[in-house]
Unconditional design. Structure first.
Length: 185
């Protein structure tokens, strides 16, 4: 789910169900900026198999169902080399709102899902990866995003927005993974 991962999954309601491998393992999130490029790194562990987690992250067309700020997510093509996905989302902060458009080249290789925007409409740089590591019925998910928006936003606002959205995105992913792990979706 590349989604739009941090910036695309902008604002979502907090998920009611959070299932970590153990209560002590809360998500770790870091947002840093260098020369206008923002780097988001996050890590969390869920009590589900790697296959279940990968199924949620690669369910590209259903992303808007569990990431409400992602308005559309359409698979344009699938080849052995990867998937091309077009996504639109609305980034919201207080009374402001901004449409975000991505055309993502996605490659799925083992436990890594890499993504990169190729259209450059909303971002000069938008690329990252999801890395999945499974151990004894749980999966550790590591998320990395490098983004340089083409729109003007004060750095302190964008850092705060990226952190908030990473938390909300992870909460939504954890809820969706939990639902699928128990077979309710």
């Amino acid at each position: 789910m590349l989604m739009v991962q941090a910036l695309l999954a902008m604002v979502a309601a907090l998920a009611a169900t959070i299932v970590f491998a153990s209560p002590a393992e809360a998500p770790s999130i870091n947002v840093a900026e260098t020369d206008g490029v923002y780097r988001v790194t996050a890590s969390f562990t869920v009590g589900a198999a790697v296959k279940t987690v990968a199924t949620v992250l690669t369910d590209y067309e259903r992303i808007p169902r569990f990431m409400p700020d992602v308005k559309t997510s359409q698979v344009l093509s699938r080849t052995q080399a990867g998937v091309v996905i077009e996504q639109e989302a609305t980034a919201k902060f207080m009374m402001f709102s901004k449409k975000v458009h991505l055309l993502l080249d996605v490659s799925e290789n083992g436990g890594t899902i890499r993504f990169r925007d190729r259209c450059g409409k909303s971002f000069a740089i938008y690329e990252g990866a999801w890395r999945l590591t499974g151990t004894r019925g749980s999966t550790t998910v590591t998320y990395e995003l490098s983004a340089q928006p083409k729109f003007e936003v004060p750095a302190f606002v964008l850092r705060r927005l990226l952190r908030r959205d990473a938390v909300l995105m992870i909460d939504r992913l954890i809820a969706e993974i939990a639902d699928r792990a128990d077979g309710s979706k």
